[in-house]
Design a protein. Structure first.
Length: 429
């Protein structure tokens, strides 16, 4: 069995590589070459597709959040591997041997994702704290490297330099545990893209910095005689407009509210429709088909929304299909979809500046902007400069792959779902 380390660089694409310089990737045997993404093209969905070899309609990760219809609750911080309805390729019973696997700062790693897991305890803006399975691994890493600061991964203090600890931890685990397969997620470049735009000097600096960290990991892999595969979840697109599907649902009388200690928040028990936003996509969860038609009509009136389509047109039947909203709203290429139900004329709830505001209905890139008070965020969606989510994008902005050795992926633009089978062949053939 050949040892393989996959370094998953957030925000990486051929275009971001061109702007920052390919660095050490330019000397690799394979790539960099584009990979055709899935819908929606958001980080948790893409990573699940790469590791399972199937699309979101089958593996069930239809975005960064989950709406539980039975309890009518939004889950935005779920981290469990058990949410995947398809095993990751390294759990297949048909492999010649069972590899030992480590996952660092990946999506959905807990509860059996790998033999060793290191990451944050929450997807939320406050980000929780760094956790590990087994617990002894985290303790050992903290003793050797110092304590990891989870706030560097999410929230106003998020910075690509937080990846320095992740890279060091990856090298320590490679030397100590020597896993057959390691999957390392390196966040950071997307922070500056969202704050300053994908073509900004700050974004290029962040991409170059994260690539430098990936090179350090690759050196450790090479010392052990292994191969390194670098994948990128795709670039972020410049946006200048924002849509508010929940505001449209409020105006249509489909979204209800309740007054809580956190201020006015959506009342999911009484609401007939709600939009769970995720970058350029929003899942509209509706009481029935009649409500779904009304919700689609209301949301389609938003100038930032390009289309509102039935889930049957976007998700193949399966767990992912059942988890998706009855309707899916897709933003225009230059726009993204924000959770607020208030418009520009309204005053935001006073608690909206808190990172743990209970009224959020999906991913909120505004968490990256510091607010007026320490620890607060700026909930103004007009500050967001880049986003992603659509799958009809140019090859230069799509996902990407490169490797120190050959990877059996053929064609000009293979799909991200082909990565799992290719990695199996690299490891076992």
């Amino acid at each position: 069995m050949k040892r393989v380390c996959v370094i998953d660089v957030a925000g990486l694409s051929l275009r971001s590589l061109s702007a920052s310089g390919d660095g050490w990737l330019s000397s690799l045997t394979f790539g960099p070459k584009p990979l055709r993404t899935v819908f929606p093209s958001v980080p948790p969905t893409v990573q699940a597709s790469m590791t399972t070899g199937v699309g979101p309609g089958v593996h069930g990760i239809i975005g960064g959040g989950l709406f539980r219809r039975q309890s009518r609750r939004l889950g935005l911080d779920d981290r469990s591997n058990t949410l995947l309805n398809k095993k990751r390729f390294w759990h297949s019973r048909h492999l010649p041997a069972r590899p030992t696997v480590a996952m660092l700062f990946c999506y959905h790693p807990l509860a059996g994702g790998a033999d060793v897991v290191v990451g944050v305890s929450s997807y939320g803006a406050s980000c929780g704290h760094v956790v590990s399975q087994p617990v002894s691994v985290g303790r050992s890493l903290s003793e050797k490297l110092g304590r990891a600061e989870a706030r560097g991964i999410r929230g106003p203090a998020a910075d690509w330099r937080a990846g320095e600890w992740i890279a060091s931890a990856a090298c320590e685990l490679l030397r100590d545990r020597k896993p057959d397969l390691m999957w390392v997620h390196l966040p950071g470049a997307q922070f500056e893209m969202i704050r300053h735009g994908p073509d900004s000097s700050r974004a290029a600096e962040a991409v170059a910095g994260v690539l430098g960290l990936s090179g350090r990991i690759a050196e450790c892999v090479g010392e052990l005689g292994g191969e390194t595969v670098v994948v990128g979840g795709g670039g972020y697109l410049a946006v200048s407009n924002v849509g508010r599907p929940n505001e449209r649902l409020r105006r249509a009388g489909l979204l209800e509210f309740v007054d809580t200690p956190d201020g006015l928040v959506p009342d999911l028990d009484r609401s007939r429709a709600i939009a769970m936003v995720d970058h350029q996509v929003a899942h509209l969860f509706c009481e029935d088909e009649s409500v779904a038609a009304d919700a689609a009509e209301a949301v389609a009136e938003d100038p930032a929304v390009e289309s509102v389509r039935p889930r049957d047109e976007l998700f193949e039947p399966g767990l992912g299909h059942d988890r998706a909203g009855e309707r899916i709203a897709v933003a225009r290429p230059d726009a993204w979809l924000a959770y607020p139900w208030w418009d520009a004329e309204d005053r935001p709830p006073r608690e909206a500046a808190r990172p743990d505001f209970a009224g959020r209905c999906g991913y909120d890139p505004c968490e990256l902007f510091p607010g007026r008070s320490p620890g607060d965020i700026d909930p103004d969606p007009s500050r967001v400069r880049a986003c992603r989510g659509r799958d009809d994008i140019e090859a230069a902005d799509d996902c990407v792959i490169a490797a120190t050795g050959d990877v059996p992926l053929r064609g000009e633009r293979p799909g991200v779902t082909e990565v799992a089978a290719a990695l199996k062949r690299v490891m076992f053939e």
